[in-house]
Design a protein around this ligand. Structure first.
Ligand code: SF4
Length: 342
């Protein structure tokens, strides 16, 4: 990582006021920063102008919930559409995520969705972890399962398409047949995606619910169909460590990360893009110099006997780094600069 030369920047600001407290929330930082949407937009627009001059890429993220008043959300949609909405890893505001929204009645929900469809948001995405009250328990929100199925039904009536994301845990595997029946009853064709919990945020506390390949292969054909295509990508720690040494699917990140906070927003407005990029690049180099390389982490901190499956290389990198940090408590780093920070 010593000769790290970034080609792009990811700007993050936790400004979305999520209404939930999911048991397995993937975010490290849930507290929102008191930053006006206009200020976030101004910083990102400055870097979009810089990108147009220099080719230095920029992506942006504002938190995990779309719980904004319409007028503020419209500013975000305009910004994201201006910067392209289909970059890998970036938020895609053609999709409205239901996670983190307060429960609304049918009439209010229809008006809420219709107004966002007018902005160009054409798809509605819902994440399910379990069925009925078990999903509600995982989201710490009574009635949330019914709220999401109702919202997806209204979305389809409005001509929007639905994405149903299903988190697979060993605890909810026995409920997946029932979940599929309930989701089919939404009544309109939906795209489905299977997910594993991220190893991040509160998700780190539920390693005991992370499934193994053996458990997944014991399920009914209908359930296995959900994740059949994913099985080639979901790997154990050992699988990811071996893939790292083959090297093909592991590209060392070449991006820097700028986290906007209530404390730094004022100074960011005054600094030039060039100065900010130089400063972040130097600080990122220092962080990576203090920790082992990905190959060293894989060799020294992976548990070859762990049969549980992980969805991405970033999950195991976070896990291995955690083990390294426990063994090296004297080392302190700014995690927000790491390529796998969320
Ligand atoms: S997982 Fe998403 S919806 Fe749930 S608490 Fe975290 S940010 Fe909110």
């Amino acid at each position: 990582m010593a000769d790290f030369t970034p080609v792009g920047l990811t700007i993050t600001a936790q400004i979305a006021k999520c209404a939930h407290h999911c048991r397995f929330c993937l975010l490290n930082e849930r507290a929102t920063h008191d930053i006006a949407v206009d200020s976030f937009v101004a910083v990102v627009e400055k870097f979009i102008a810089h990108k147009n001059k220099t080719g230095f890429e920029v992506k942006q993220w504002f938190g995990n919930s779309y719980n904004f008043p319409l007028v503020e959300f419209a500013k975000l949609v305009r910004l994201f559409f201006k910067n392209g909405y289909n970059q890998p890893g970036a938020q895609d505001l053609r999709y409205i995520f239901l996670g983190g929204l307060p429960i609304m009645g049918k009439k209010e929900l229809r008006a809420w969705l219709a107004a966002r469809r007018e902005l160009g948001c054409l798809h509605v995405a819902a994440t399910y972890c379990g069925v009925g009250s078990s999903h509600d328990y995982n989201c710490s929100c009574a009635g949330h399962f019914n709220f999401q199925t109702k919202a997806q039904s209204i979305a389809a009536d409005l001509g929007m398409s639905n994405l149903q994301r299903i988190i697979i845990t060993s605890a909810n595997l026995p409920q997946l047949n029932e979940l599929l029946v309930k989701l089919n009853a939404v009544g309109h064709e939906s795209t489905r995606q299977a997910f594993l919990m991220f190893y991040n945020g509160r998700g780190k506390l539920f390693e005991n619910e992370r499934p193994t390949l053996r458990q997944l292969l014991k399920q009914t054909p209908a359930v296995q169909e959900l994740y059949r295509k994913n099985l080639a990508d979901w790997k154990t720690e050992d699988g990811w460590a071996k893939a790292l040494f083959v090297g093909k699917e592991f590209r060392q990140s070449d991006r820097i990360a700028l986290r906007i906070t209530a404390e730094n927003i004022a100074s960011l407005k005054d600094m030039s893009c060039e100065d900010l990029i130089l400063d972040l690049t130097e600080r990122t180099r220092c962080v990576y110099a203090d920790i082992p390389s990905r190959q060293e982490l894989a060799a020294d901190y992976s548990d070859k006997a762990n049969p549980k499956l992980y969805m991405t290389s970033w999950d195991v990198e976070r896990l291995w780094l955690d083990r390294f940090m426990v063994k090296n408590p004297h080392i302190s780093i700014d995690h927000s600069l790491l390529h796998f920070c969320l």
